[in-house]
Write a protein that binds this ligand. Structure first.
Ligand SMILES: C[S@@+](CC[C@H](N)C(=O)[O-])C[C@H]1O[C@@H](n2cnc3c(N)ncnc32)[C@H](O)[C@@H]1O
Length: 239
């Protein structure tokens, strides 16, 4: 079973993954949940925009040196994968590998400083159970976990995790999940069944495509909203 990498994506990469913009984040009417947060720079960088981000991840029980070692290992693994499985990533011409990995180094440095200054914003917690009250967040983001590691999140656990993300998100807010494929780029085979199950819980789902400017392809993001809430003022405006 593969162990999830502890990755250090910067805010701009999050925006690209989820079809968001800095101005959409700045306009959020409440806090943002990043689960799993990994060693991302999102919380630190979003604070500069006036957004409160709470990052949740079981790895936050680790000490700073342990986290630094995990982030270094993830960087090395990513550098290897970009060479050994280039078909999974935008071409180095469109996105130079070293520049990309340096953006992770910067994000990791921001994470380390921000976690030391604001430890209360980094909560040790594991899906499918989160220690937050109902409706705490205007927007919840979940990247590179629920579909990327199907051995950790088989269908029932995946459903439970998605329901939990919806529970902690404001009724008029939304949950965004990316990617919808595993680590070998195989699309989730039971996505239609999963969406039907979510529908039984009165959760509306949409798979929205966002452009991937690096190579002209698109990213598919799963968006979840409570079906009985028509008002969407807490959701980020469409870019
Ligand atoms: C590939 S990273 C993704 C981090 C970040 N969202 C990103 O896009 O870079 C996967 C993360 O999932 C975390 N993780 C593993 N099991 C988890 C669980 N049950 N609930 C929440 N996070 C978990 C790991 O500790 C790791 O930091």
């Amino acid at each position: 079973m593969s162990t999830p990498l502890v990755t250090s994506r910067p805010l701009d990469e999050y925006c690209a993954l989820f079809g968001l913009t800095r101005s959409a984040l700045a306009a959020l009417p409440g806090p943002l949940l990043d689960c799993p947060g990994g060693t991302a720079g999102l919380a630190a960088e979003a604070r500069a925009l006036g957004v409160t981000v709470i990052a949740a991840d079981p790895v936050y029980t680790a000490t700073p040196p342990q986290l630094a070692a995990l982030a270094r290992a993830a960087r090395t693994r990513m550098a290897d994968r970009m060479v050994t499985a280039p078909e999974l990533y935008p071409s180095p011409r469109a996105r130079p590998t070293e520049r990309y990995l340096r953006s992770w180094d910067r994000a990791h440095a921001l994470f380390t400083a921000d976690r030391a200054a604001h430890p209360e914003r980094y909560v040790a917690a594991a899906l499918p159970r989160l220690p937050f009250a109902d409706g705490s967040f205007a927007l919840s983001l979940s990247s590179y976990l629920l579909f990327a590691y199907p051995e950790l999140f088989p269908p029932e656990r995946q459903l439970a995790a998605l329901l939990e993300l919806v529970r902690v998100t404001a009724p008029e807010g939304e949950v965004r999940v990316f990617p919808l494929h595993d680590g070998a780029a195989r699309p989730c085979p039971h996505l239609p069944a999963l969406r039907a199950r979510l529908g039984e819980h009165r959760i509306g789902t949409e798979v929205r495509r966002f452009p991937r400017p690096e190579d002209g392809r698109t990213r598919r993001v799963l968006i979840l909203r409570r079906a009985d809430h028509r008002r969407r003022s807490a959701a980020p405006p469409r870019p």
